[in-house]
Write a protein that binds this ligand. Structure first.
Ligand SMILES: NC(=O)c1ccc[n+]([C@@H]2O[C@H](COP(=O)([O-])OP(=O)(O)OC[C@H]3O[C@@H](n4cnc5c(N)ncnc54)[C@H](OP(=O)(O)O)[C@@H]3O)[C@@H](O)[C@H]2O)c1
Length: 250
């Protein structure tokens, strides 16, 4: 059975990606902070391998076990929302978000690249926030932009050094994932269904032939429950302040 390593898949979109992969005979290797926590709901698919990993802890990132078998897919998913003016953000939160969204995953990927030398398919779950202009989200949007820019450039190395390697960046719009929005509760009924996004991601991965692909998957606006997502292929030019009000929501 083919394996997929999922970085941040104990809940939300990551868990849906693990479940959908398992339905396609892709055995999930799940990494997440709440693995082993009896209070956390981790309905991992049958047969999944679970590893406790805190991307905000350098020791955890450097010591967590890596797979001994070849891994066909690596999905970089972990993230957390943050919305506040930078001026009012706690300095510790700047470090924690930077570690979660960038430093921790980059160190993990660095370890993984040295550990497994075969080609693999890297799938990065970015966000439309990597190119959108939003109020009070400079830290979150900046880190999602760093994640996607890093992935685009790592694709150059993987294509050169590991023939057959593939890279996909998927930038979703707002997802109906209550855990992600728990600090900012709102009506999520018009947001994208994470199970549908997971199916779309695996379909896109299966049909990809070239070394790199970037996809935007957005919810239609105004929101109409049940209507299909808007799909765009290719990167988006970042929005800039031009006198128009930035968007406050996804
Ligand atoms: N929800 C949206 O509207 C939306 C839209 C666009 C993009 N995204 C992106 O989609 C990705 C998944 O988000 P989601 O909506 O599925 O949110 P979620 O339900 O909150 O899931 C986040 C995942 O990241 C993991 N994680 C968080 N902190 C971690 C840490 N310190 N170490 C290891 N793992 C950690 C969580 O695991 P633990 O709980 O076990 O720590 C969980 O598996 C994120 O990168 C997010 O930026 C989300």
């Amino acid at each position: 059975m083919t394996s997929a390593l999922l970085l941040g898949a104990t809940k939300g979109l990551g868990l849906e990606l693990a479940r959908e992969g398992a339905r396609r005979q892709i055995s999930p290797i799940i990494y997440g902070r709440s693995v082993g926590n009896p209070n956390a709901i981790t309905e991992a698919p049958h047969g999944a391998t679970l590893h406790r990993l805190d991307l905000q802890s350098r020791d955890s990132v450097m010591q967590v076990p890596l797979p001994d078998q070849p891994v066909a897919y690596v999905l970089w998913i972990a993230g957390a929302f943050h919305k506040a003016p930078l001026e009012h953000t706690d300095p510790d939160d700047i470090d924690l978000h930077t570690d979660l969204h960038f430093r921790g995953p980059v160190h993990f990927l660095h370890r993984f690249l040295r550990h497994r030398l075969e080609p693999f398919h890297l799938v990065t779950i970015g966000s439309v926030s990597s190119w959108r202009l939003r109020e009070d989200e400079a830290l979150y949007c900046g880190l999602k932009a760093a994640q996607t820019a890093f992935t685009r450039n790592l694709a150059v190395e993987l294509a050169r050094d590991r023939p057959g390697a593939r890279v996909t960046v998927v930038n979703p719009g707002g997802l109906n994932v209550p855990t992600f929005w728990e600090k900012m509760p709102q009506d999520l009924s018009g947001f994208l269904d994470p199970a549908m996004v997971a199916r779309f991601v695996w379909d896109s991965v299966a049909e990809q032939r070239g070394p790199y692909r970037e996809i935007q998957i957005m919810r239609p606006k105004p929101a109409v429950v049940g209507s299909p997502p808007l799909i765009e292929y290719g990167p988006r030019c970042p929005e800039v302040l031009d006198g128009a009000a930035p968007r406050g929501s996804v």
